[in-house]
Design a protein around this ligand. Structure first.
Ligand SMILES: NC(=O)c1ccc[n+]([C@@H]2O[C@H](COP(=O)([O-])OP(=O)(O)OC[C@H]3O[C@@H](n4cnc5c(N)ncnc54)[C@H](OP(=O)(O)O)[C@@H]3O)[C@@H](O)[C@H]2O)c1
Length: 312
């Protein structure tokens, strides 16, 4: 099979189209013929240097949308020909930027017929992250005030839609040219983080979703009401954070996304209902993975970048 592989860490040029043996599904696994696979910042981080994986050569990619080619021993949920989408177990299950990939059957769910593979391939990692942050961790309730940082990004724009579907009042940060986009997703308020300190624009927030960390993470504590929660997607560095959070009566959680069939089913329902839709910034054919990485690394994209493996 064709795959995008790297023998060393580095710039996008280390990504090479390679012929590899087609994997076999083990017990409880399915073999998926990949049609589309989303790209996430963790792909270019893992390409550039060792993050969680100590493995070269390496085939990247956690997002999968495709067709079940074969099932391993004991799999009852799927049969060959089923259209599925899911996130491979993060981080060790990686390998979707290829014509075929294997993964645990229970990392996947059926793809709704009403969304195509590009749409389904864009969703899993970013939408599961938003779901696990807002639903499983923060338990957002109707009427709560939710602040989403980097709201135009892959995670952020899906988080805005998920928070709206939960009945929340949603505030998003983005540069001014992206405000209309955020409003079209249902954001109730938008903040231009480049010209305004968000602490001067918003207060009494129940939940902050922060994909940025750094200074944004610690400043976010100032806008939470007592009892509120900050869900961060990257480690914090401020040694004063714990004391500050305790003094303000707020909770700080750092989340790492997990493969999650229950979450995938919930996302499939939302997508099928039209309440959740990935904005696609650009689609690249698999051999152009390096170009896709270079675009993603600009940190300025809106929504998702997707690799199309086989559109048939
Ligand atoms: N812990 C986990 O499990 C997990 C899961 C998913 C993602 N993440 C991490 O979360 C981060 C975001 O991921 P992503 O997929 O959403 O990335 P992304 O799609 O590449 O994010 C790009 C967006 O970030 C916005 N942005 C950049 N700096 C900003 C700032 N200071 N304030 C507001 N918006 C800003 C940009 O908007 P403008 O052009 O308007 O600046 C752009 O639209 C990455 O570091 C990723 O690794 C972690």
């Amino acid at each position: 099979m064709r795959a995008i592989s790297q023998d060393e860490y580095g710039t996008p040029e280390v990504l090479k189209e390679t012929e590899l043996p087609r994997p076999e599904p083990g017990p409880s696994e399915i073999l998926v013929s990949v049609r589309a696979a989303g790209l996430n910042p963790t792909d270019w981080k893992h390409r550039a240097h060792r993050v969680f994986l100590d493995r070269l050569p390496l085939v990247l990619g956690w997002d999968v949308s495709g067709v079940v080619e074969a099932v391993g021993y004991g799999v009852t949920l799927f049969k060959p020909g089923d259209e599925v989408f899911g996130m491979l177990p993060y981080p060790h299950g990686v390998g979707a930027h290829a014509e075929y990939v294997t993964g645990p059957a229970r990392a996947f769910t059926h793809k709704p017929a009403s969304i195509d593979h590009v749409q389904a391939g864009a969703l899993p990692l970013a939408a599961l992250t938003a779901w696990q942050a807002l639903v499983d961790t923060a338990r957002v309730q109707p009427g709560q005030r939710v602040l989403v940082h980097a709201a135009a990004g892959g995670v952020g724009h899906l988080a805005v839609q998920i928070a709206k579907s939960l009945g929340a009042y949603v505030i998003g940060t983005a540069s001014a040219p992206k405000h209309e986009f955020l409003r079209s997703l249902g954001a109730d308020e938008v903040i231009d983080y480049r010209s305004v300190d968000f602490r001067d624009a918003v207060r009494d927030v129940d939940v902050v979703l922060d994909p940025l960390s750094g200074d944004t993470r610690v400043r976010s504590l100032d806008v939470l009401r007592p009892g509120g929660v900050l869900v961060s997607l990257l480690p914090g560095a401020d040694p004063e954070e714990g004391a500050k959070a305790e003094a303000r009566g707020v909770r700080v959680e750092t989340l790492l996304v997990e493969a999650d069939q229950a979450g995938m089913k919930a996302l499939a329902e939302l997508a099928a209902s039209g309440a959740l839709r990935a904005h696609i910034e650009e689609v690249f054919p698999l051999p152009e993975a390096a170009k896709a990485h270079a675009l993603g690394e600009t940190d300025r994209t809106t929504g998702k970048i997707v690799l199309v493996v086989d559109a048939s």
